[in-house]
Design a protein around this ligand. Structure first.
Ligand SMILES: *Cc1c(COP(=O)(O)O)cnc(C)c1O
Length: 493
């Protein structure tokens, strides 16, 4: 809780002042209330404009003092009160202000309802200035269908930005991964390697195709797929006499995986890569755009991602034939005939022209969003630099992460650990989440094979101690400061 003491002095009032000067003071301060203090400076009660009005109506003149103001005690809270408790007290007493009082009885902060009656969320949509115009254009021209000029333009803009020749807009990132696996011929009985530390949507499409996932551990340097563990998995497969059909490489929290090392392993085995760049739009690997690696790559425009179409995704490749085939499959695999004819089973996976309009507007602001997310991370890092138990997700020299989510690990001590910190933040109405639960620990994938580089599982440790902090590009500096303050309090600083 930060206070501007000068602001408080403007609303302190004693019983000696006249009603007139109290009204004038209230008018000047513009807070709609005053803090009545006794001779020792101890807080007694709040005085609202209603209180002063009632004094006047009961016949007192403007030149009389506040001496007869009823001696009711206002509800106050101690400095240690969490935001959740404070909100409950506001609601129970039907008040909009809560003075925070220290052990000496002085007011050190004044909580206002509008300030605490909102949760600080992990990552929320951030609309820019031109989305509206693009959507309006779709309505005006009646292009509401899952095709149209915005879809074509969005695909071209994305391909251009990422530096790939072809792109297909679809209705989710999951759909894009599913199409990628289908294009690579993944089918019943096949096996696909996949990063273990990820959101479940990276792996589920493997199962949609009737194939089996094999999970690969993270490296400490980037938290992404470990090339050594990948190589081990390939060796084990060779011994058993099989080869995966594809490798899904995930870029976590805005940071690319180490593609040179991973590509070298996969090239030697002649196995294609699908780059799951759902979380890393705007990021770079050795100066090359995230999403430009692998035979196919995907993005997500889900509501929590760095830019959003409320729901959507993109599949990209440098091979025109792959994207052409994906376009065919994504529109119910309709054969070129005047009637509806199908010789393959397709999907309804296309993005609507309206949502593509939202995407085009969002894309214009991508640079700003990356900048803002990195700035959020820097605020946390500098505001918490004196707490050695907080270790930030590393950013290797070859990576330019977007810091889509600010992620860290908490070195557990008897006093505090990741879970205690998360719960402490939740009490202050701040949403923080554990790092993704690795796929090999998920009930649905418990029996899937899992490969690590050594004896210890890095992803298990990151999951046990990892935390993602509120990271939205639209967080106010006050919300970031509140989060930092809450974390400092949890560590007793
Ligand atoms: C969000 C996400 C997806 C899925 O994208 P949707 O658009 O939500 O289907 C896939 N992989 C990762 C790593 C993600 O974070």
């Amino acid at each position: 809780m930060t206070i501007d003491t000068a602001d408080f002095e403007k609303i302190y009032v004693s019983r000696c002042v006249t009603l007139r000067s109290a009204l004038e003071q209230m008018d000047r301060a513009g807070k709609g209330l005053l803090l009545l203090v006794d001779e020792e400076g101890c807080f007694e009660r709040t005085v609202t404009d209603g209180d002063l009005r009632r004094e006047l109506l009961s016949g007192r003149s403007l030149d009389e003092s506040l001496i007869s103001l009823p001696q009711t005690r206002s509800v106050t809270i101690p400095e240690t009160t969490s935001r959740r408790e404070a909100l409950e007290i506001l609601n129970n007493h039907s008040v909009d202000h809560l003075p925070v009082v220290n052990s000496k009885g002085s007011v050190v902060n004044l909580l206002e309802r509008k300030e605490i009656d909102s949760h600080i969320l992990l990552s929320t949509p951030h609309m820019g200035e031109s989305e509206h115009a693009f959507v309006e254009e779709a309505f005006r021209s009646n292009w509401i269908a899952p095709l149209g000029p915005h879809v074509d333009a969005f695909e071209n803009e994305m391909a251009g930005l990422i530096g790939r020749s072809h792109a297909l807009a679809v209705n989710s990132g999951t759909a894009a991964i599913h199409l990628a696996l289908r294009l690579l011929g993944v089918e019943q009985g096949d096996r696909v390697f996949c990063s273990t530390l990820t959101f479940v949507a990276s792996a589920n499409p493997i199962v949609y195709q009737g194939a089996t996932p094999v999970f690969i551990d993270s490296e400490r340097e980037s938290w992404n797929m470990c090339p050594v563990a990948l190589e081990k998995a390939f060796e084990a497969a060779k011994v058993e006499g099989w080869k995966p059909k594809a490798v899904i490489v995930v870029n976590l929290y805005g940071q690319s995986a180490d593609f040179d090392a991973i590509q070298a392993v996969c090239d030697a085995q002649e196995v294609p890569i699908v780059e799951d760049a759902a979380e890393s739009l705007g990021g770079m690997y050795k100066g090359q755009a995230s999403g430009s690696f692998g035979r196919l790559s995907i993005f997500s425009f889900n509501g929590n991602k760095i830019i959003t179409t409320s729901g959507g995704g993109m599949l990209l490749s440098d091979e025109p034939a792959l994207i052409e085939q994906a376009r065919f499959l994504a529109t119910q695999a309709r054969d070129p005939a005047p009637h509806y004819q199908h010789s393959a089973v397709g999907y309804n996976y296309r993005m609507s022209n309206i949502l593509a309009g939202v995407g085009r507007g969002q894309l214009e602001a991508l640079g700003d969003r990356v900048h803002a997310r990195r700035a959020v991370f820097e605020s946390y890092r500098s505001g918490l630099s004196d707490i050695p138990e907080i270790l930030w997700m590393p950013e290797p020299v070859w990576s330019e992460s977007t810091r889509w989510l600010t992620a860290c690990t908490i070195v557990p001590t008897p006093k505090i650990d990741r879970e205690k910190l998360r719960l402490h933040l939740a009490e202050d109405l701040i949403e923080a989440r554990p790092v993704w639960k690795p796929m090999h620990l998920q009930p649905i994938y418990q029996s899937a094979p899992y490969y690590m580089s050594g004896e210890a599982s890095v992803s298990d440790e990151l999951f046990a101690n990892g935390l993602c902090l509120p990271s939205g590009s639209n967080l106010s500096s006050q919300q970031i400061d509140q989060t930092i303050g809450s974390i400092r309090a949890a560590f007793g600083r």
